[in-house]
Design a protein. Structure first.
Length: 123
């Protein structure tokens, strides 16, 4: 992996066990991306600026279960990475409080690969 490949990246992890419309999934990912960006701007401003200047790379992947998502979230927090856990308000497709997406980063791509590299891309 070259230095340019290790630019800051944000990973949005969705749940394969939820049946969400494409629009709902996109909105939930947007919530996580905005939340992570706002936190990063405050807590890791230099990294945030590098991420933004480099195209604000985001990768959307999926895990199989809520339990797997919670493990990833805990591992990201333990690694001191920016994290966000999105819980739905329950106005449309799923019950209130349902955890739909976690955002991790921006962080160096190597850090992301170590946590999420085995997850499948959302298609």
């Amino acid at each position: 992996m070259s230095a340019t490949d290790d630019g800051p990246t944000m990973v949005l992890v969705t749940r394969a066990d939820l049946t969400l419309s494409t629009g709902k999934l996109a909105a939930q990912c947007a919530h996580a991306a905005v939340d992570c960006a706002l936190v990063a701007k405050r807590s890791a401003s230099r990294l945030f600026e590098r991420w933004k200047a480099g195209g604000a790379r985001k990768i959307v992947v999926q895990c199989d279960t809520l339990e797997e998502m919670k493990r990833l979230y805990g591992a990201a927090q333990k690694a001191n990475l920016v994290t966000s856990m999105i819980k739905d308000a329950g106005h449309t497709e799923i019950p209130s409080g349902t955890i739909t997406v976690i955002g991790i980063g921006p962080a160096p791509r190597r850090s992301m690969e170590a946590l999420t590299g085995e997850l499948k891309l959302v298609r």
